[in-house]
Design a protein around this ligand. Structure first.
Ligand code: ATP
Length: 306
């Protein structure tokens, strides 16, 4: 009987490992929005990312041929610089980041990284070069340490803590009774939107990619959390090519260039000050956001005064 129990026990262990791996793969597919129609081209080579210069050349794209989303978009993010994309809801901002990851293929134009067309490189090498801080981070039902380390399995505990500290989540985690071993997700601790975003920032810091895509949260965060996240993002984007998909305007003020996307075309571009002076779409968006923020501050004040 003992002779039978050992292999059964072993098989049980293997089964659990495989099941966990499948759950993770499943979650990764969700995270990656993987599109089965996109495959590596025959003879695709690995992307050689150096500085991480990103160039969109006359990119045209539609999810549904009857409804064009991008109608000829061209811009460059020089290596190490930050470009922010702003514009009304539905303008196609997040679509730009999905195309950069090659979740979809443009119907016209080209996207290049360090001069290489992303359609001609392997998807693995492309995605290894880009770090994504998404709007909504999917956390695995595991510890907070596991969630930060995700994908960088050889990172030491010290490196995980260092990344968490840069992402401004270390103090929060250290204060938990089980620290980095605290389970999170459905069956564990529930993290707020801001905390989840900082976990994603820490994960990206560990990965250390040359290109960063920050998809800013659509929902309003309180001003303290927003400042903490902003500080963390500033640290992680320093020296990396950064594309900020800004659904709010607070993160764009210091960008090297701001692009205003409207109905699938870039209608304005420049620095924050240039665009305010121009008195166009950006300046109108900015005034509207300021009014909304002021109203929110009054509401929060009323709430705190209760
Ligand atoms: P927001 O600031 O509200 O997030 P956005 O500028 O990021 O907006 P996108 O997410 O790029 O907008 O979407 C652009 C348009 O494409 C929207 O009208 C959206 O409904 C549509 N769209 C987005 N994803 C898909 C999809 N998978 N299939 C079909 N249409 C889509």
């Amino acid at each position: 009987l003992i002779q039978l129990a050992m292999p059964l026990n072993f098989m049980g262990m293997i089964y659990r490992e495989i099941k966990q791996a499948l759950i993770d793969i499943d979650d990764m597919f969700l995270i990656l929005h993987r599109n089965p129609e996109i495959a590596d081209r025959p003879g695709a080579t690995a992307l050689k990312a150096q500085g991480g210069r990103v160039e969109f050349r006359d990119v045209r794209f539609a999810y549904d041929p009857a409804r064009p989303i991008l109608r000829g978009v061209s811009f460059t993010v020089p290596a190490g610089q930050t470009v922010a994309i702003v514009g009304p809801s539905g303008a196609g901002k997040s679509t730009l980041s999905r195309l950069l990851f090659r979740f979809y293929e443009p119907q016209g134009g080209q996207i290049l990284i360090d001069g290489q067309d992303i359609a001609a490189v392997t998807q693995t090498s492309l995605r290894a070069a880009i770090g994504m801080v998404p709007q909504d981070t999917v956390l695995f039902n595991d510890t907070i340490g596991y969630n930060i380390r995700y994908g960088c399995w050889d990172a030491t505990d010290a490196a995980v803590r260092e990344a968490a500290s840069l992402a401004q989540i270390d103090r929060f985690v250290s204060a938990l009774p089980e620290g980095y071993d605290t389970p999170v997700g459905e069956r564990g601790l529930k993290l707020s939107g801001g905390e989840k975003q900082r976990v994603a920032i820490a994960r990206t810091i560990l990965k250390g990619p040359p290109i960063l895509v920050l998809d800013e949260a659509t929902s309003a965060l309180d001003s303290f959390t927003e400042r903490e996240i902003q500080d963390a993002l500033d640290k992680v984007s320093r020296g990396r090519t950064t594309l900020v998909i800004a659904h709010r305007l607070s993160t764009v003020v210091n960008a090297d260039e701001i692009l205003v996307l409207d109905k699938g075309v870039i209608v304005e571009r420049g620095t924050h000050q240039n665009l305010l002076d121009a008195g166009g779409v950006y300046s109108a968006l900015w005034s509207r956001q300021r009014e909304a923020d002021a109203a929110l501050a009054v509401l929060q004040g009323v709430d705190e005064g209760r």
